[in-house]
Design a protein around this ligand. Structure first.
Ligand code: GLU
Length: 325
C-alpha cells in the first residue's frame, strides 16, 4: 500500500513531505517522489526508484525543491514496473498538473486509448497517468470542475492528491475506497494516507469518506460531497503518540495486522469480482493452457506456504489434479 502526503502553507513543503513519507515507510514501497510548486521554478517533480533516502539525497533533504505547496508519494507498483518513470507524482503532458495516487484505476486502458486518440503522449506504464492526462484534457481554468469531470470517467479505487501550476493557491484531495485523511494546521493544511504522516505538525484531523473531494488552501479546507455540494466534516483530535499512531492505536504491529485482515482480504478480492464474476486480469494463462496442465506446483514460503497448503487441498478436491507445494 503506497503513501501519500500533501502540504500547502507558508513554509518550505519538501522537508515536511519527506518527513511525512518517512512515517509511511512501514507500509512498504518501491519508489518515491515529490512534486513541489514554486513561483519562480514552477512545478518541479523529482522521483526515483528505491528507498526514500535516494530521494532525500537527490533533493538534498528537500532543499533543492523549494516551494510551499507540494505532494509526496511512496509507490507500491500495481501497473508498470517499479522504475523512475512509473514513480509518482505522475504529470500531465504539459507538466502543469501533478497527481499522486493510491489504488487502481480499473478502466485505465480504455481511457488511455481515448486520450492517445486525441494525440496525448504517455510517458509511463501506470494507470495513474490517465488521471493526470485526463485532468489536463478537461481543464478549462477551473481545477475543481476538471476533477469532477474526471471522477465521472474513472472507475476503481483511489486516493488522489492533485496540484495544478495554474492554481497554485490550492491542493485537491479525492477519496474513494482508499484511505485519505486531512490535517488542519495554523496557516497550513495537509493531506495524507495516514495520520502518522501529519501528527508531528497537527493533531486536528478529518477522515474523508468515499466520494469526498477536498480543496485545501493555506488557511482553510473545504470538503465537497460526491455531487459537489459543500459539506461540514467532523474533526477528530488525535491524542496518541507517533509510536502508537504508527500502530493505528494497537499495542503491537502484529495485533494491528491481525485486526486488518478482514479489510486486507476485502481489498484483495473486491477488485477481482465484477458483476458477480471472478475476473483475473493479471493472469495471462488461457483456458486452453489450463486444460492441458496435468500437475500444479505452488512455490511459496512462510505464510504463503500455508496458503499454498490450503490451496492444494481445495484444488486437488475440485480438479482431481496433483498439486505440490
Ligand atoms: N496503481 C498505481 C501504480 O501502479 C498506484 C500504486 C500505489 O497505490 O502505490 O502506480
Amino acid at each position: 500500500m503506497c503513501g501519500i502526503v500533501g502540504f500547502i502553507g507558508r513554509e518550505a513543503a519538501s522537508p515536511i513531505l519527506l518527513e511525512g513519507l518517512s512515517r509511511l515507510e512501514y507500509r512498504g514501497y518501491d519508489s518515491a517522489g515529490l512534486a513541489v510548486y514554486d513561483q519562480e521554478q514552477g512545478l518541479q517533480v523529482v522521483k526515483a526508484k528505491g528507498r526514500l533516502q535516494v530521494l532525500r539525497d537527490l533533493t538534498e533533504e528537500g532543499t533543492k525543491v523549494p516551494g510551499t505547496l507540494g505532494l509526496g508519494h511512496t509507490r507500491w507498483a500495481t501497473h508498470g514496473a517499479p522504475n523512475d518513470e512509473n514513480a509518482h507524482p505522475q504529470v500531465s503532458q504539459s507538466g502543469r498538473i501533478a497527481v499522486v495516487h493510491n489504488g487502481i484505476i480499473e478502466n485505465y486502458v480504455e481511457l488511455k486509448n481515448f486520450l492517445e486518440g486525441k494525440g496525448i503522449a504517455f510517458t509511463s506504464e501506470t494507470d495513474t497517468e490517465v488521471v493526470a492526462q485526463l485532468l489536463e484534457y478537461y481543464y478549462e481554468g477551473d481545477l475543481l470542475d476538471a476533477v469532477y469531470k474526471v471522477l465521472h470517467r474513472i472507475e476503481g479505487a483511489y486516493a488522489l492528491g492533485i496540484v495544478c501550476a495554474d492554481e497554485p493557491d490550492k491542493l485537491v484531495a479525492v477519496r474513494k475506497d482508499s484511505p485519505l485523511i486531512l490535517g488542519y494546521g495554523n496557516g497550513f493544511q495537509m493531506l495524507a494516507s495516514d495520520v502518522t504522516a501529519v501528527i508531528k505538525y497537527t493533531r486536528e484531523v478529518c477522515y474523508l469518506d468515499d466520494g469526498d473531494v477536498a480543496v485545501l488552501t493555506p488557511d482553510r479546507i473545504q470538503v465537497y460531497d460526491v455531487l459537489g455540494q459543500p459539506e461540514e466534516k467532523e474533526r477528530s483530535h488525535v491524542d496518541w503518540e507517533i509510536s502508537a499512531a504508527e500502530k493505528g492505536g494497537y499495542e503491537h504491529f502484529m495485533f494491528k495486522e491481525i485486526m486488518e485482515e478482514p479489510k486486507a482480504i476485502r481489498d484483495t478480492i473486491s477488485p477481482r469480482i465484477r458483476e458477480g464474476r471472478v475476473v483475473l486480469d493479471d493472469l495471462t494463462i488461457t483456458r486452453e493452457d489450463l486444460e492441458r496442465m496435468d500437475r500444479f506446483y505452488i512455490i511459496a514460503c512462510g505464510s504463503s506456504y500455508h496458503v499454498g497448503m490450503a490451496a492444494k487441498y481445495t484444488l486437488e478436491r475440485l480438479l482431481r489434479i496433483p498439486v505440490e507445494v
